[in-house]
Design a protein around this ligand. Structure first.
Ligand code: HEC
Ligand code: HEC
Ligand code: HEC
Ligand code: HEC
Ligand code: HEC
Length: 388
């Protein structure tokens, strides 16, 4: 008797836990292409268990000693246990489970009703009606609650389905059209000393419907968005970025070249509505190689960084009080980088813009040396020029 009672209790607890957390796996059945893309994205890999860089920084963070994983708000928002523990001021230590493994999951975004602005960092206000998912569709912009329906016509010979048999859809939420849905997590992050450790540009936060976070980072790609209702194209859910699929963003950086009276300059035009690299860990670099009659001349690389620190010295994000230096390409900036090297007729130039995901100066401190994908120079875009 006793065993049966406990068994039943366990089953009910497990079921209600499942209900609270809608796993991305339940979406896979009807949205397999999107699921697969999302699985390879940094969003899915945002927890300490799947992102070595995030783990490395967390391991050094003073709040780790206090068992307060405050990163959950943006990195693993569906781990209800941690979010509740943080609210109750109890120990909140990440343990590997499904919610951690799914990171910023499907419902982490599709449940966001609105964004609440806040000085330290914004908040995502999520719907309490878990059956409703928000999305964008131009042709149904006013549809607030699309339910599943089947209609029979032609004397019962043709059955037409519309809506999803699993969830309802609200197409009227503006933030899914102008990209502001991203700004609960991506707008800014201020530390205890009032320094904006990360900050999205004003240009980007005044997203327009024509060009915004979604149009650049979720471009339309081939393949149906669902298995039931078919479409030719869908929004890419791998999220193009510094780590995953940067090649899909190549067109947003132009590389030009201009010979000058003394030397030459490289022109870099950033078409992104925010600084080209946002994370203070990144180091951008411009490389120029001149090929001259069989010889290869490599010029000194130029760095693009945003260094935060204290008392004029670089410091970690939780200590920093000021920005010491910022040479990152800014939103929509056209930068001219001068090289004091005279060119000769028939010189060939190979110009490369790329970056280190983790600045080589921070690799050792963070014990990331074995992660070659983050410590090696990554080419973003290359162009060749010929001197007449
Ligand atoms: C049983 C199948 C099924 C499951 C499971 C399912 N969906 Fe859907 N979903 C659909 C169908 C069908 C549509 C298209 C409905 C229509 O517009 O007629 C749809 C539409 C959507 C849309 C809006 C599409 C648009 O054009 O903007 C979103 C967003 C969405 N689903 C997300 C999810 C998420 C997130 C999950 C998991 C929590 C999920 N779906 C689970 C079948 C499903
Ligand atoms: C307000 C939301 C928010 C909070 C809270 C937050 N992060 Fe993040 N974090 C982000 C976003 C958004 C990115 C992606 C930004 C980018 O790539 O420029 C990110 C990226 C990172 C990265 C870079 C990851 C990579 O793969 O290169 C590290 C490291 C990181 N966060 C550490 C932390 C730690 C540690 C905490 C908790 C102490 C934390 N974050 C809390 C939003 C947040
Ligand atoms: C980081 C936020 C984010 C995550 C995570 C996310 N989505 Fe989306 N998704 C969006 C946004 C924003 C749109 C609206 C883009 C549009 O239709 O213009 C969208 C569109 C969609 C659409 C319909 C539009 C289309 O043509 O592709 C479906 C279906 C969908 N998402 C399902 C999913 C599923 C399933 C997952 C998880 C495997 C998921 N989403 C994860 C933000 C997200
Ligand atoms: C719930 C919080 C959250 C929301 C909402 C969110 N993101 Fe993110 N995003 C993150 C975090 C956390 C990371 C860093 C993950 C990591 O690398 O550890 C990230 C990383 C990224 C990256 C970097 C990917 C790479 O490969 O370098 C891009 C691009 C991005 N997000 C775009 C978007 C866009 C576009 C939207 C809106 C449609 C969005 N995000 C909505 C939390 C969020
Ligand atoms: C016009 C296109 C464009 C728009 C609009 C845009 N981005 Fe980007 N984004 C880029 C480019 C280009 C890069 C740099 C390429 C790379 O990271 O490899 C980038 C990089 C990023 C990164 C990675 C930065 C890092 O240091 O790791 C994040 C996160 C991101 N964008 C989020 C967003 C969000 C959120 C919005 C909306 C507020 C947005 N972007 C709007 C083009 C765009």
């Amino acid at each position: 008797m006793k065993i049966a009672f406990w068994f039943l209790l366990l089953v009910t607890i497990n079921l209600s836990a499942l209900e609270k957390f809608q796993s991305s796996q339940v979406c896979q059945k009807c949205h397999p292409i999107i699921y697969k893309e999302h699985f390879s994205s940094q969003h899915r890999k945002a927890s300490i268990f799947n992102d070595a860089i995030h783990k490395a920084v967390w391991d050094k963070h003073p709040l780790k000693k206090k068992d307060k994983y405050v990163c959950a708000k943006c990195h693993t928002p569906n781990d209800a246990r941690i979010i509740t523990a943080l609210k109750n001021k109890e120990a909140a230590v990440p343990k590997q489970n499904k919610a951690q493994d799914e990171g910023v999951s499907c419902v982490s975004c599709h449940n966001i009703k609105s964004i609440q602005k806040h000085e330290k960092s914004n908040n995502n206000l999520v719907t309490t009606d878990k059956k409703i998912l928000y999305s964008a569709r131009e042709s149904e912009k006013n549809e607030k609650d699309k339910k599943y329906k089947t209609e029979t016509s032609m004397f019962g010979f043709v059955t037409k389905e519309s809506g999803s048999p699993f969830h309802e859809i609200d197409f009227s939420n503006k933030i899914f059209y102008n990209g502001n849905v991203c700004l609960g997590c991506h707008s800014h992050k201020q530390n205890a000393h009032g320094l904006q450790v990360c900050k999205m540009d004003q240009n980007a936060t005044s997203n327009s419907e024509k060009e915004n976070c979604i149009t650049c980072h979720m471009p339309l790609v081939q393949g149906s968005f669902s298995t039931i209702k078919k479409s030719k194209m869908h929004r890419y859910h791998g999220f193009t970025g510094t780590i995953h699929k940067p090649e899909m963003l190549k067109k947003y950086l132009d590389i030009g070249f201009e010979q000058e009276e003394k030397g030459f300059s490289v022109k870099l035009k950033n078409h992104a509505s925010h600084a080209f690299l946002l994370q203070p860990l990144r180091l951008g670099q411009l490389h120029v190689v001149i090929y001259r009659t069989g010889k290869k001349i490599s010029l000194e690389p130029k760095n693009f960084v945003r260094i935060i620190g204290k008392d004029k010295k670089p410091a970690p994000p939780w200590v920093a009080t000021e920005v010491l230096k910022n040479t990152q390409l800014q939103a929509n900036e056209l930068r001219s980088v001068h090289f004091d090297v005279d060119l000769q007729s028939k010189d060939e130039l190979l110009i490369t813009f790329g970056y280190f995901v983790v600045n080589p100066k921070a690799v050792k401190k963070l014990n990331l040396a074995s992660h070659k994908e983050f410590t090696q120079f990554k080419i973003f875009k290359q162009k060749r020029f010929y001197v007449k």
